[in-house]
Design a protein around this ligand. Structure first.
Ligand code: BES
Ligand code: ZN
Ligand code: ZN
Length: 499
């Protein structure tokens, strides 16, 4: 991650390789734009009159060696209608500007984006959004490209300029939060983008163990320990794979001693071929991302450690592959779960809920204050919500409202689906306690109904991140591949609990 610092000062006096200033709809200059214009014998107004930059959101134009300034590049970035600005627009503008500058040869640059007014947001919120945009927008996954790009003049640092010296302190703290959040998000992306032959259950365990903090304890169970503990759901799904499963438990004690933790549970299928109910070949490679729930949990822990957040957290990850080896579990099998509930397996591709059954039951046993799980659980969720929002379900209205609030604030968005009692009918089994698939309709909901059987009466929320966890088109703040969805969301949620 490049360096980001915070300063206040005039755009005219910046000696950096580039100064980024916003341009509003209707060719309206912001304060720093006006200052440069005044210092340069109206050269910005002149430029705007002659060229086609109108201030539309995202448009970028560069002026070189503007008179009266000390910088080589004055970069104007369109910010659109100021009234319509929100924190996410700011985040994406920062990402676009950073990506543009990355190719320019500029090394040290300063951003005057925080002078844009965002209703309801102060200097801290804005600085955090800008920093997140820069770090997340510049993310790339290039570990497996043998030919390294030789760019001698790489972008090295960004200075986020704030309007007044009085804002410096709050903005610096906000950038520190953004740094933790982005380290966590990038950790989650790197894990998830890793191919299935590298990112195995064993590897996930090693990565969890490599997290270091004085308040963190990590336990990784191998197959033998999993057998001993009785995580039979995880073992059933693992039968078709020649790689061992892992059950990972993370304990972070940053809060008051004795306070019940928030439990975070993640689905860690390092590859989901569907098992005997095999998936069609098109896009099957994307099922290396079926561990994005686990990656989100590890990303959150990484950030919580980085920021030393004053919370108590329990992390539980169940990890395996879902393959078709000779010993694979089969449609028709009945699997007795860790909790003792008998599951009739009617489709081996609905495996996430079977391993989560054990992880959730184990988490509930630890008497947490609440459980929040992350899982790329259903294709139905992708059909319902696409890649714009994660599905949010659970048994507690207040918890869901808080998660929704964080979704809006971080733009790591969620959308609620109902869990009416009637849906539970769909997973009744003729010969066992429950079956692992429902009928044709409401696939995301019946999957959540299945999970609900394993949390007892613990307050619980389920995030189906199947549509948001990866994006093969990429977006302003994410390269093609894993997005790290859930990390920003939950860190905001945890942050609000500590104030
Ligand atoms: N990992 C998949 C869900 C998934 C599918 C995530 C597509 C992202 C994109 C999950 O294990 C699965 O295969 N679920 C089945 C359940 C069905 C058999 C009831 C599904 O959604 O098709
Ligand atoms: Zn599956
Ligand atoms: Zn799966």
């Amino acid at each position: 991650m490049i360096e980001i610092q915070v300063k206040s000062g005039s755009a005219v006096k910046q000696r950096d390789d580039a100064v980024v200033i916003p341009l509003l709809e209707g060719r309206k200059l912001s304060d720093s734009g006006k200052a440069i214009n005044a210092a340069s014998n109206k050269s910005l107004v002149d430029y705007l009159r002659k060229f086609d930059q109108s201030g539309d959101s995202g448009e970028i134009g560069t002026l070189y060696n503007v008179q009266g300034t000390l910088t080589a590049r004055t970069v104007l970035i369109g910010a659109g209608n100021e009234k319509k600005l929100d924190l996410h627009k700011l985040r994406t503008l920062a990402a676009k500007a950073a990506r543009h500058l990355e190719k320019s040869g500029a090394r040290d640059v300063s951003f005057f984006l925080s002078e844009l007014a965002v209703r309801g947001s102060g200097a801290a919120d804005k600085a955090q959004a800008i920093a997140e945009g820069i770090w997340l927008g510049l993310y790339k996954f290039e570990q497996y490209k043998s030919e390294k790009k030789e760019n001698k003049r790489e972008l090295r640092s960004v200075t986020i300029m704030v309007k007044s010296r009085r804002d410096l302190d709050a903005a610096e703290k906000a950038v520190a939060v953004a740094r933790g959040v982005c380290r966590g998000t990038i950790f989650a992306r790197d894990l998830a983008n890793g191919p299935g032959n590298v990112c195995t259950p064993e590897y996930l365990g090693d990565q969890a163990r490599a997290l270091k903090h004085k308040n963190l304890k990590v336990t990784v169970m191998d197959k033998k320990a999993i057998e001993k503990a009785g995580f039979t759901g995880l073992l059933a799904v693992n039968q078709g794979s020649s790689r061992e499963p892992r059950f990972i438990v993370l304990n972070y004690q940053g809060g008051k001693k004795g306070d019940a933790p928030v439990a975070l549970v993640g689905k860690g299928l390092t590859f989901d071929a569907g098992g005997i109910s095999i998936k069609p070949p098109a896009h099957m490679d994307e099922m290396k991302f079926d561990m994005c729930g686990a990656a989100a949990v590890l990303g959150i822990f990484r950030a919580v450690c980085e920021l030393s957040l004053p919370v108590n957290l329990l992390g539980v990850i169940a990890s395996t592959e879902n393959l078709l080896g000779g010993a694979a579990y089969k449609p028709g099998d009945i699997v007795k779960s860790y909790k003792g509930i008998n599951i009739e397996v009617l489709n081996t591709d609905a495996e996430g809920r079977i391993i989560l059954a054990d992880a959730l039951a184990y988490a509930a046993e630890q008497k947490p204050e609440q459980i929040i799980d992350f899982a790329t659980l259903t294709g139905a969720c992708v059909v319902a919500l696409g890649s714009e929002a994660s599905g949010l379900l659970g048994n507690d209205d207040a918890l869901q409202s808080k998660i929704e609030k964080s979704g809006k604030h971080t733009h790591d968005r969620v959308w609620r689906l109902p869990m009416y009692e009637e849906y539970q009918e769909q997973i009744k089994s003729e010969i066992a306690d429950i079956k692992n698939i429902g009928g044709r309709g409401a696939g995301t909901i019946t999957a959540a109904c299945f999970l609900s059987r394993f949390v007892d009466d613990v307050t619980w929320a389920h995030l189906d991140i199947a549509g948001t966890a990866w994006d093969m088109k990429g977006s302003d703040i994410s390269a093609k591949g894993a997005t790290g969805s859930g990390v920003r969301l939950l860190l905001d949620y945890l942050g609000r609990r500590t104030v």
